[in-house]
Design a protein around this ligand. Sequence first.
Ligand SMILES: Cc1cc2nc3c(=O)[nH]c(=O)nc-3n(C[C@H](O)[C@H](O)[C@H](O)COP(=O)(O)O)c2cc1C
Length: 332
Amino acid sequence: MPNLNNKIKNLLPRKVLFLYYLHSAKKAVLPDLKRRIYDKVYNNSETEKVQRDLTLLYHIVEKGLTMPVPRPGFGKKVVLDLCKVINRYEKMNLPVDDLEFKQSVSVLREYVEFHHEINFKLDDELNEKLKDIVSRFENIEGLKQKNVTKEEYFKEINEPFDVFCRSRYSVRNYTEEEIPQSVLSECIELAQKSPSFCNRQPTRVHVVKSPELKQGILELQNGNRGFGHLAETLLVITSVISTTKDIHERNENHLNGGMFIMTLLNALHFKKIGACSLNWSVSSDKDMKLRSLLNIPENEVVLMIISCGYLPEKLSLASSPRKSAKEITTEH
Ligand SMILES: Cc1cc2nc3c(=O)[nH]c(=O)nc-3n(C[C@H](O)[C@H](O)[C@H](O)COP(=O)(O)O)c2cc1C
């Protein structure tokens, strides 16, 4: 039967074949697209949305506090938005001991303390809102950002897996010291041990060291301000779509890539290299620009970028607390 199918395919004009595949692709993709659009339009689950907004906003402040050189008065708009969402959360009578809420309040307290320590006067409107929240929730404790030495950060890399796993953080501060290609290759080799669908190994790594190319790439990406320019290496992770056989396998590139990337992040950590994932959730014109910068083949999709470098003697890490296993598990 597969032979017959192939014979028929070969007889059809390419254009007909293209339209046939386009039709079946639409059919396959539409339910998922509809589910996503439905969620945006009809899902009234305000709880999930307010938790999402708290996390998005407190994480930006966490990042700001842990930048190599935090900018006095940084993130005014984000902080005001976070105050607003905290007030909305409170009005909804949601639990104040939820991770998202606790961390939001705690991060705002750190924001106030940071500016107090450097003697920077925040503007009155902001100050008033912050004071109100910090004083009303003075008993709420979240996870503070971490200030560590390079030695402290890497001291657990040879410990058993559970300890090692908990010791990795996204690192957003690097020195200029060159990461040898041989070390990067060892990390990529380890990442290759990640499982892949039928062992098809679709993931590819583009190693970027050229200052012009790095700058061009980082200008297209929206989450590296304040630290991306310090990265000695950028790893652009892509996946070959020709490894998938039909449209039902379309998610395999991102899924397999995610598994690969996690091993790679752990491998970099093991080799004492600091790394930070950088999202590639961009418009198609930005995607095309990146493709053309690196000459990425048409049959590869870009998944993510990783900024990397060796570490300075001292650095700050965003604490990024996690929900418990219990909170995210459903037992059936
Ligand atoms: C797909 C993906 C995209 C990310 N994009 C960014 C980004 O653009 N900028 C950034 O600073 N961090 C980014 N991160 C890092 C996350 O903020 C970080 O992994 C999260 O807060 C958990 O912290 P941890 O890595 O220190 O454990 C990204 C992470 C993932 C997995």
